[in-house]
Design a protein around this ligand. Structure first.
Ligand code: GLC
Length: 648
């Protein structure tokens, strides 16, 4: 309903900031008016009862106006040139990388762009670049200054130059905002330690163990081995502080509106650096409430919606990715629910499917993958996934036990098998990985290891076994292809494009040795990368095929993520198949997760496309004539097919 007081307040603020509502800044004004009621409503729900809630509302509006005023003309132009759903395109292909481990520094990055372009990557996720203490950094996710680039990477000017170069090349940039916590060396934490009450209120600080004990009774542990519990005693403050992740990562207290405003301002700082997609780190954790798991709470969603509304007003070209690695049903809620459907995070990781691919690869059976699709397919139109096989984190088998039992397996034994298989301890397992975050109380564990090592390349190379090497390469490509055509932005993890195996040098570094995720975060050796040009080398085989898959993706409009995926019925338990369709084409993508040839009845195609007669495999450039229902399409062991329906 129209609220004259709110409009008066807003107009006064806009006038004071010389916003030209009738001319140059009209779009901004329109967006503000369109969103201000929702902003006020959500804000009051979250902060209406806080002691500084009412007085903090105007500073929130001022932060939005300031962000817009600071936005460069070039970025405003870029905002206008993007459609609201630009990220659904099949032409976007991402890679996630550590600037220091990939290129050396920010200054060296531009000279490496040609390599990425050669591969077909046009969207970069640069792993955290902002100041983070060397020995307690969590790979940059413990930030001590949100606005100063860590000296080991370079300077903010170099980042800005890189962004400009990317923009000129038509490439996109993603950076992280670590919203949930700061390093204990951030100036806010330092002030809190020095006794500043204002900054102690930025965190969850308690004099004794009463509330920490009560919280911990229902909070799962995130790093049970390296950082058990969720609170750490700080001797300087003589208080217990909430530290859900490592003990040096202090959880921000978003029930305090001052924290919201400070972090929104940081979000805008990144937006105005030219970030195209902002990766909101660990959003599931941003709201805590006694007696709950302190994850996925409704208020966390409210906060994200509020952030989305604010971003849409001042910096609309920046999309939001919620890094929620949680249960499948919970992940879906980060796209928004109810009236906010498709109005919260634009993008989320398809972590469920990523883990399901690993499930299918180990078992050779796709039934659990299929059992999970009903949930995954609930993603609303207008939002998209990051699809991936590996990232910098561990692989969590986060899907529900019911999905495993619906597929006919015993959930406990099934999970046990997967962990042993990828840790390489299961008899004859080809994989070389390690368990991460083993929780002795719950038996829970996740998996570390590079794509290639988990697919068997490390063992094969060690044994000099050329057959096993070829098999491992096939598995790597099967895994990549499956996620590249699935729907969403494929995000390669650097090194995987040439088959890096595990790097154990992290064990020699005291700041990393407690965290085996470093085994799959390689330091790029450009001589190895150069082998992509040596015919027959592992690097050449993996790179060339990956590049071919990316080129293919960009050429097939049906692969754009328009809620246009349909799964084939399980005619063969080894074969995962999905149909992707657009107005102009229909593609069947088929994957045999088993080592032996698989037979798929031609009826599987006819069932999904009446009258289909001819299929063209874009990968092998082969034509297939569709046969009778009692005849079969035969898939090679670990083979995959990108089959377009040809209309005669
Ligand atoms: C995210 C990051 C992970 C980090 C954690 C804590 O999950 O991906 O690497 O350890 O957040 O910031």
């Amino acid at each position: 309903m129209y609220n004259p007081l709110l409009h008066k307040q807003l107009n006064e603020l806009l006038d004071k900031s010389s916003i030209a509502i009738a001319s140059n800044d009209r779009g901004f004004y329109t967006r503000f008016i369109a969103n201000i009621y929702s902003i006020e409503a959500i804000y009051l729900q979250l902060y209406g009862n806080h002691k500084t809630g009412k007085e903090s509302f105007i500073p929130l509006l001022t932060t939005i106006i300031q962000a817009y005023k600071l936005r460069s003309e070039a970025l405003k132009k870029r905002d206008n040139s993007k459609t609201h759903d630009w990220f659904l395109s099949n032409e976007i292909v991402g890679m996630s990388l550590y600037v220091d481990r990939f290129a050396g520094s920010l200054q060296d990055m531009p000279s490496r762009l040609a390599y990425l372009e050669e591969l077909g990557v046009n969207f970069l996720h640069l792993m955290p670049l902002f100041q983070s203490p060397a020995n307690e950094s969590d790979g940059g996710y413990a930030v001590s200054n949100f606005r100063v680039i860590d000296a080991k990477f370079g300077t903010i000017e170099q980042l800005q130059n890189l962004q400009k170069t990317l923009q000129e090349k038509g490439m996109y940039l993603m950076l992280d905002i670590v919203l949930n916590h700061t390093s204990q060396q951030h100036e806010w934490a330092m002030a809190a330690k020095a006794g500043d009450k204002h900054f102690q209120d930025f965190y969850y600080c308690y004099d004794d163990r009463n509330l920490p004990n009560a919280f911990e009774a229902t909070m799962p542990e995130i790093f049970p081995e390296s950082a058990p519990g969720s609170f750490t005693y700080n001797h300087e403050m003589q208080k217990w502080v909430m530290t859900v992740f490592h003990n040096y990562q202090w959880d921000l207290n978003f029930t305090n509106p001052a924290v919201l405003i400070a972090m929104l301002d940081t979000i805008y700082f990144y937006a105005n650096l030219g970030v195209d997609i902002l990766r909101i780190d660990a959003p599931a954790f941003i709201w805590k409430q006694l007696g709950t798991a302190c994850q996925n709470l409704p208020e966390a969603h409210q906060l994200l919606r509020l952030i989305k509304l604010c971003v849409e007003i001042a910096t609309p070209g920046m999309a939001l990715l919620g890094e929620a690695i949680v249960a499948p049903k919970e992940i879906m809620k980060y796209f928004g629910t109810g009236a906010f459907t498709a109005k919260e995070c634009d993008v989320a990781y398809n972590a469920t499917h990523m883990a399901l691919q690993w499930d299918a690869l180990a078992t050779g059976n796709v039934m659990v993958m299929l059992a999970a699709q009903q949930d995954i397919l609930q993603k609303p139109l207008g939002t998209t996934w990051i699809t991936y096989t590996r990232c910098h984190d561990d692989i969590g088998l986060g899907y529900e036990d019911s999905m495993i039992s619906n597929a006919g397996f015993n959930a406990y034994e099934h999970r046990m098998f997967l962990k042993e298989y990828y840790a390489g301890t299961y008899p004859n397992s080809p994989a070389t990985g390690a368990l991460f975050g083993v929780n002795p109380k719950t038996q829970d564990a996740r998996i570390s290891g590079t794509l290639a090592s988990l697919c068997g390349l490390e063992k094969a190379l060690l044994k000099n076994d050329s057959l096993a090497t070829q098999l491992a390469i096939k598995k790597v490509l099967l895994m990549q292809a499956h996620s590249i055509f699935l729907g969403g932005i494929p995000m390669l993890f650097y090194g995987d494009e040439v088959g890096y195996t595990n790097d154990y040098s992290y064990l020699q570094d005291g700041g990393k040795s407690y965290d085996n995720r470093w085994m799959h975060r390689p330091i790029i050796d450009w001589d190895k990368q150069a082998k992509r040009l040596v015919a027959g080398s592992v690097e050449q085989q993996v790179f060339t095929a990956t590049k071919q898959l990316l080129t293919l993706r960009k050429a097939l409009p049906a692969i754009a993520d328009k809620k246009n995926i349909e799964w084939l019925h399980p005619h063969n338990i080894h074969v995962a198949g999905y149909k992707r369709s657009s107005e102009s084409q229909t593609i069947f993508c088929l994957y045999n997760f088993n080592g032996s040839p698989a037979f798929l009845t031609w009826y599987a195609f006819k069932e999904k496309y009446a009258g289909v007669t001819t299929l063209f495999d874009h990968y092998s450039k082969t034509n297939y004539t569709v046969g009778r229902d009692d005849e079969f399409f035969i898939l090679d062991g670990y083979g995959f097919y990108i089959l377009e329906v040809l209309i005669n």
